[in-house]
Design a protein around this ligand. Structure first.
Ligand code: NAP
Length: 483
């Protein structure tokens, strides 16, 4: 397996789909942040590739507009943008044809890391991989970056893995999940494995349950026809929520190295119990006229879910008896991604049951305001006896680290640099993706066989009633979705 860390002297990065939405909204603004922070190697070259007929001047102009619209660093001014654009080139290439490949190869330099970002529809992945190899654009130092969705079930994921493996080693394939690029997610590992405080408590003896919430306020909007074939289970649970679950539940890896971490994540996925039909809730939002989910779906009778909540059990010694509750949905009350680790109550209260106080809670926020918040119980100030209150030990990174600390990098910015450095720790391995599909496929198959219709929920709420009920019947409740 090729997996090595090499110095980032310079690189050639080709973005297939360089004119597309993801490239303009995330990938290029991520690279621009690196540049604005003075961290882009001087000779780095970024080549947008797509079928559109345009020259480099027109492409740079397109990227300038994109940065102005989507980059939080654009206010640094035109000079900075101009400097960045000098690194940008364009190649007209048809992923499925013969045109443009030789010209693209001519632009690539020898002795430089080559990374090829597949920011195109998944049906083109195989065509591009094949042409990179057969037309001599890639070498054994090259990396490819593959966007989600990685298949739509186990069979298609396997087939895609096989296709990519024909042309590239696993150590050259970077399956991106931008949730893993978030600073907080990495901090989760730092908190768990860099402190003595948490790990001894990190098991079912001391943790009552875990909640993972990824709530969006937006609906499917213009992505309706794509989303309708996918749904929240495939679009969010199989990848993002599963990855977060793995990081919370995994055993400590021996080293912070790609395969050591990914081996442990894989063990978690393989330990997941099948989910019983009554432990998963599907929902679909309703809104004002024209704002119902089905108004944007191809089929007005669509039964695709825009919301999923589920109770998940990790069947191993560490987690026996500690459920993980997952939920994700669109058109919810607020935009929040967080993990809540709810500890058990102290076995006995010496202050009496009326003194107040609750179980400790560690909340790890991915958005907004990346940070962590640990709720601890203290004495309420004042002379009125021993009354207890919960207070947050808040660690919003921006506040805790102060204005001089290095800015929290954007997820894409970090992940692209990891590709260049050759560090696969935050990327999914092929077997992980397949194991995740192997677990989600039966849930989806059951919905299809039983023709389970999603429960309707009003836009702007916390989702269907049944999702609240999922926890209520265990004597628990979701943490409020709030910003
Ligand atoms: P998009 O806006 O439709 O862009 C597609 C890009 O592919 C365009 O640059 C298009 O340019 C190019 N393209 C299409 N056919 C081509 C061909 N035969 N040869 C070469 N280039 C071709 O799509 P997107 O939203 O950027 O998404 C790209 C990928 O990222 C998809 O796999 C998507 O699932 C994934 N993704 C997107 C987002 C997001 O927020 N947008 C988030 C996560 C994952 P030409 O038409 O000029 O060729």
């Amino acid at each position: 397996m090729v997996s090595r860390v090499i110095p980032v002297d310079t690189f050639d990065l080709v973005i297939f789909g360089g004119t597309g939405d993801l490239a303009r909204r995330k990938i290029l603004p991520g690279l621009f942040r690196r540049f604005a922070a003075g961290q882009m190697p001087e000779a780095a070259q970024v080549i947008g590739a797509a079928r559109s007929d345009m020259d480099v001047t027109e492409y740079r102009s397109m990227i300038r507009d994109a940065l102005k619209e989507f980059s939080d660093k654009a206010e640094q001014g035109d000079d900075v943008i101009d400097g960045f654009l000098e690194h940008i080139d364009y190649a007209q290439v048809d992923a499925q044809g013969d045109d443009g490949w030789d010209a693209l190869r001519e632009k690539l330099r020898d002795g430089v890391v080559r990374a090829f970002y597949f920011s195109v529809a998944p049906f083109l992945f195989g065509d591009i991989a094949e042409r990179l190899k057969t037309r001599g654009l890639s070498d054994d130092q090259s990396r490819i970056v593959v966007e989600k969705p990685f298949g739509r079930d186990l069979e298609t994921a396997r087939s895609l893995n096989r296709t990519l493996a024909t042309f590239f080693d696993e150590g050259q394939i970077y399956r991106i999940d931008h949730y893993l690029g978030k600073e907080t997610v990495q901090n989760l590992m730092a908190v768990r494995f860099g402190n003595i405080l948490f790990e001894p408590l990190w098991n079912s003896q001391f943790i009552d349950h875990v909640q993972i919430t990824v709530a969006e306020t937006v609906g499917v909007g213009g992505r309706g026809s794509y989303y309708d074939k996918s749904g929240a289970m495939r679009d969010m649970v199989q990848n993002h929520l599963m990855q977060l679950l793995c990081l919370i539940a995994m055993e400590p890896p021996a080293r912070f190295e790609p395969d050591a971490v990914r081996d442990e994540k894989l063990k978690v996925i393989r330990a997941l119990e099948p989910v019983a039909p009554n432990e998963v809730v599907r929902g679909q939002y309703e809104g004002a006229e024209g704002e119902n989910y089905v108004d944007h779906a191809e089929d007005p009778r669509s039964t695709t879910e825009s919301f999923v909540a589920m109770k998940v059990q990790v069947a191993n010694w560490r987690w026996q008896g500690t459920p993980f509750y997952l939920r994700t949905g669109k058109k919810l009350r607020s935009r929040v991604s967080e993990i809540v680790v709810r500890f058990r109550e102290p076995p006995h209260s010496i202050f009496g049951k009326d003194a107040g106080g609750r179980a400790n809670e560690l909340a790890i926020r991915l958005q907004p305001d990346e940070g962590m918040d640990l709720r601890v119980t203290i004495k309420e100030p004042g002379p009125g006896g021993m009354r207890l209150v919960d207070v947050p030990l808040d660690m919003t990174f921006a506040e805790a680290l102060g204005p001089d600390a290095e800015e929290v990098p954007d997820a894409y910015e970090r992940l692209i640099m990891d590709v260049i450095r050759g560090n696969q720790t935050l990327f999914m391995r092929g077997d992980e993706v397949e194991a995740a599909w192997a677990w989600t496929d039966p849930i989806i198959a059951n919905w299809e066989e039983a023709k389970v219709r999603p429960a309707k929920y009003d836009s702007g709420t916390s989702g269907p009633e049944a999702s609240l009920e999922l926890l209520h019947r265990d004597g628990r409740r979701w943490r409020d979705i709030r910003t």
